[in-house]
Ligand binder design. Structure first.
Ligand code: ADP
Length: 528
């Protein structure tokens, strides 16, 4: 270790009491201390906060931390204050402060006492604050939950779009962006919108080898299926996610009637009841929480043994976040999702009232969930591919931990079909999303295809020996294999990759399995 390394290890111990850095923390901290723009993508629980807190504590000046949630900021400030004897070491600057409090914050920053200043993005639009911050030494700017800058993230906040402009006014400061949302599209949006394409990116693996992924058909017997599942996990902690409050209440009741200790949790309950139910779960007075997505933010119960999705979530990001609450201690974590296409249609209908651009994004994200549910390939490989990560489904850690791998469907040689598919993508000149590529193969016309006169091409209908479902399944598997890719700009236009062009020249074996068919479904209302 050189003297710098000894120094930051010493500071780590001094402030946080840890003797070692976790994952990529040390590299991230060094990058930031070297004044480089830095981009950190780590799953929740990866230890992101320390990546900017430690550099802030040991440098001259005040670090500005932009964070979207006031409650989260307050927690962080309390945590930092508990590490020091000085209250002024960390502050939140927001509009709820009194004049006297604001004066105190300014005084502590000016005197050099404050190392971390948490602000909501909207506070940074206040001229008074910006003018003040221009006059004091700033060490760097940290943008937490950086995915809020992207419409493709799960929590778009338009105020995040102004940040670049405001930071520039404060001087030539290095920026660290942090997020647990890892799709390539969101990453690109963050780098572009913060004007930091030069940033050094640190991305931790999103693989959770101890989680077991399973999808079951949603039938009218879902409730007894869930009860059976929970009874097989007797005495263990679990979370059941539903999309509607009504469903949360209904399922919690059904479980209680069947002798399972369960409580509901959703935003419609008063704060006291919510806190009580959360505590009961944490203290193990109940085994199961039935909840809407309102439950989980900041929940750090290490031994959640199962997460059940009664309804499919709106995106794979949400699915990953929610299932990620299982098995935090590295032990068993069973992630079971119930799927029926009817639910998808309901979600689509639900979105149809929103502005068109938002709808399109919503549909595209939902399609990825459908693809995940219907796939018969390794679910882990599929999920990680979605997050821009390659996973070897034979030798990778946790490779056998899903239903598809444990109970594989028979596979068939699809070499010739892959060539045909790749040629169609190439010959339609990267105009189409999956749907039109498949329509071209099976020879079905729609307005888009007509407009391009693709139906007059010799290859139109060249794959009509297979149906739409077959080609869609093959296309998804070919995407994950890297012979095709989805364009980041347009999100959805399918393109052929260099690897795909090589495949056409020199085809090799490609074993595919057809997607699952989920025929049985139930009619249930989704009301949030
Ligand atoms: P994230 O923001 O990525 O979700 P946090 O910053 O909340 O993660 O950290 C998750 C947990 O890991 C916290 O309990 C934190 O105290 C702990 N942690 C962070 N860094 C270390 C470390 N170097 N050694 C041990 N524990 C750590």
């Amino acid at each position: 270790m050189n003297s710098n390394e000894i120094e930051i290890h010493k500071e780590l111990k001094k402030y946080f009491g840890f003797s070692q850095f976790k994952g990529l923390q040390e590299q991230v901290i060094k990058s930031l201390l070297n004044k480089q723009n830095t981009f950190v993508i780590m799953p929740t629980g990866g230890g992101k906060s320390l990546c900017y807190q430690l550099p802030a504590l040991i440098q001259e000046g005040t670090a500005i931390v932009v964070s979207p949630l006031i409650a989260l900021m307050k927690n962080q400030v309390d945590a930092i204050r508990s590490l020091s004897s000085e209250n002024g070491i960390a502050h939140v600057l927001n509009s709820s402060l009194t004049k006297t409090e604001i004066a105190q914050v300014k005084k502590d920053i000016t005197s050099g006492l404050t190392k971390l200043l948490y602000v909501a993005p909207e506070s940074l639009t206040k001229e008074e604050y910006v003018n003040f911050l221009k006059t004091v030494p700033i060490s760097f700017v940290a943008i937490d939950e950086a995915h809020c800058i992207s419409e493709w993230g799960h929590d778009f906040r338009p105020e995040y779009r102004n940040l670049k402009h405001i930071i520039k006014q404060l001087g030539d400061l290095s920026i660290i962006g942090l997020t647990a949302t890892a799709t390539p599209k969101v990453q690109e949006d963050i780098l572009k919108n913060l004007d930091m394409c030069d940033a050094t990116t640190f991305k931790a693996s999103f693989n959770r080898p101890n989680l077991y992924y399973e999808v079951r058909t949603k039938t009218k017997n879902i409730e007894s299926d869930i009860i059976r599942f929970i009874k097989q996990h007797k005495g263990k902690s679990g979370i059941i996610y539903c999309l509607s409050r009504k469903k949360v209440e209904a399922i919690a009741e059904v479980l209680q009637v069947n002798g399972i200790s369960a409580v509901p949790y959703h935003a419609g309950l008063d704060a006291k009841t919510r806190a009580k139910h959360q505590d009961m779960f944490l203290m193990e007075d109940v085994d199961v929480v039935v909840a809407t997505i309102a439950f989980g933010m900041g929940i750090d119960k290490p031994d959640v043994r199962f997460v059940i999705h009664h309804d499919i979530p709106k995106s794979l990001e949400s699915y990953y976040q929610e299932t990620g609450r299982a098995g935090r201690d590295g032990g068993e974590g069973h992630c079971l999702a119930y799927y029926s296409y009817k639910d998808v249609e309901k979600l689509e209908k639900f979105m149809s009232g929103k502005p068109v651009a938002e709808q399109e994004i919503g549909f595209a994200l939902l399609q990825e969930v459908v693809a995940y549910a219907e796939t018969s390939m390794s679910r882990r490989k599929f999920l990680l591919h979605y997050f821009g990560e390659e996973f070897d489904d034979v030798t990778g850690e946790g490779a056998d931990m899903d239903d598809n791998v444990r109970n594989p469907k028979t596979k068939t040689e699809a070499k010739a079909d892959v060539v045909q598919l790749l040629e169609v993508v190439r010959d339609t000149k990267h105009l189409y999303k999956s749907k039109e590529v498949v329509f071209t193969l099976i020879g079905r016309v729609n307005a888009v295809i007509k407009a391009h006169r693709t139906d007059a091409q010799s290859f139109f209908g060249c794959g009509s020996k297979h149906d739409e479902k077959y080609w869609m399944a093959l296309l998804r598997q070919v995407l994950v294999a890297g012979y095709l890719s989805k364009d980041i700009e347009t999100y959805g236009i399918v393109k052929i990759t260099g690897k795909g062009l090589d495949f056409i020249k020199k085809p090799k074996s490609f074993m595919m399995s057809e997607d699952h068919q989920y025929n049985e479904s139930v009619d249930e209302a989704i009301v949030t």
